[in-house]
Design a protein around this ligand. Structure first.
Ligand code: SF4
Length: 407
């Protein structure tokens, strides 16, 4: 993996982005922001899942009015996650008319292509003035789907006059970069400090996203927010986002990420947080949750017991993490192995901090457990899962509880 790209550090609430700080995972609500209770509930779920920044839509007066109440309710619940306001078209009006909303937010997200059909630059500058007034950073989020059409048309015209015109896609890429850089320069002319600006250039194609961020990384020092826009539903969205972000993160590009998954109706919004964390964890960039290594299973594992136990352990870890995170610092580095047979399983178990190998088909009903590479015990009987969970709890208390005391 390449060294992380150097960037200016930006503070969003108490969260540091860029400048050598770790890659931050963020998310966005899909509730009606005007519905305070619904939004508070979802922000809490996202924060509990580990989202370090949460963006909310601020699209009308009702939403702007609700923002300070959302913040207050969250703080009363001890959820101190920075909230980012997502503004389009009327952001200049809302931030001016609702100072309490401006104060409650930790960052404003501006899409320079969506700051109004007339007076676009003036509106952009008004938002920047509010950011300066309330000492907030901004994300200049250029999005290929809402690119400044006037700027694009100018670029296309100039390109047509060239002896060897570029393809329209290349011109669009150039325009995205120019739009971001031009907006950053304009914000700084208004008086916004350089360390108050984060940039994103979201695309919906994997290769396009890689190309644009590689170019962007080379021409600016701002921290970069990565994300594939309109990634899609389920497996498609997860795979596409992972493919794009893995390449960029591996090249040291990207200071904060969001996975824009389309949830199933009624689906769990926090899935986008877990996917983002898993991408960073799989790349060895940052650990968020104990890693459970489970073998894929094969002809030796005819029963579903082994899959059920792996799933149970994974679910238990996920459920406990909001509590463990606070009382057992470093627990996210734990490595657990759940293997399907005693032929090949013990080898992997020895590499884990704690690992179990379940009996495969026709094997003796015994499950050896390895702790720190040593065979500790062999579990038998009907309560193997429960006993292994208890061993895992004890291991966490002994190892990470002590760390807390020494801290
Ligand atoms: S560990 Fe055992 S059960 Fe799992 S895939 Fe390997 S051989 Fe099959």
């Amino acid at each position: 993996m390449q060294k992380r790209r150097e960037s200016i550090q930006v503070k969003v609430g108490d969260v540091l982005i860029g400048g050598g700080s770790h890659v931050v995972v963020q998310s966005m609500t899909n509730t009606d922001t005007a519905d305070v209770d619904d939004t508070v509930k979802q922000v809490t779920e996202l924060a509990d899942a580990g989202s370090e920044i949460v963006r909310i839509t601020v699209n009308n007066k009702q939403a702007a009015q609700a923002v300070p109440f959302i913040k207050e309710k969250l703080l009363r619940k001890n959820v101190d996650v920075p909230l980012v306001g997502d503004f389009h078209y009327n952001g200049h009006v809302l931030l001016t008319e609702f100072p309490d909303a401006a104060m409650a937010l930790s960052k404003f997200r501006i899409n320079p292509g969506n700051t109004g059909s007339r007076g676009r630059d003036k509106n952009f500058c008004t938002i920047v003035e509010q950011a300066i007034k309330y000492d907030k950073p901004v994300r200049i989020g250029v999005n290929w789907g809402s690119l400044d059409q006037q700027l694009l048309a100018e670029k296309m015209d100039k390109n047509n006059d060239l002896p060897e015109p570029k393809s329209s896609k290349e011109v669009m890429m150039d325009t995205i970069i120019d739009s971001a850089m031009r907006s950053s320069a304009m914000a700084q002319e208004v008086g916004l400090a350089e360390d108050k600006i984060i940039i994103s250039c979201k695309m919906s194609g994997v290769q396009d996203l890689i190309d644009i961020y590689q170019r962007m990384a080379a021409v600016c020092r701002h921290p970069l927010h990565l994300g594939l826009t309109e990634a899609g539903m389920g497996m498609k969205g997860i795979v596409a986002s992972s493919a794009a972000l893995a390449v960029l993160l591996n090249q040291g590009i990207g200071d904060t990420i969001r996975i824009s998954l389309t949830p199933q109706p009624g689906g769990d919004r926090a899935e986008e947080v877990r996917v983002g964390q898993q991408i960073l964890q799989s790349l060895g960039i940052r650990n968020f949750i104990p890693q459970v290594t489970a073998c894929p299973g094969c002809g030796r594992t005819k029963s579903t017991y082994f899959q059920e136990l792996a799933d149970e352990i994974q679910g238990y870890i996920r459920e406990m993490m909001p509590i463990w995170r606070d009382i057992y610092p470093g627990v996210e580095d734990l490595h657990v192995a759940v293997m399907g047979c005693v032929v090949n399983g013990p080898g992997e178990s020895k590499f884990a901090d704690i690992g179990i190998s379940l009996p495969g088909t026709f094997e003796e009903p015994k499950a050896p457990v390895y702790v720190d590479g040593e065979h500790r015990v062999t579990l038998t009987g009907d309560h193997i899962g429960k006993e292994f969970r208890k061993m895992m709890d004890d291991y966490i208390i002994n190892r990470f509880g002590r760390q807390k005391e020494s801290v």
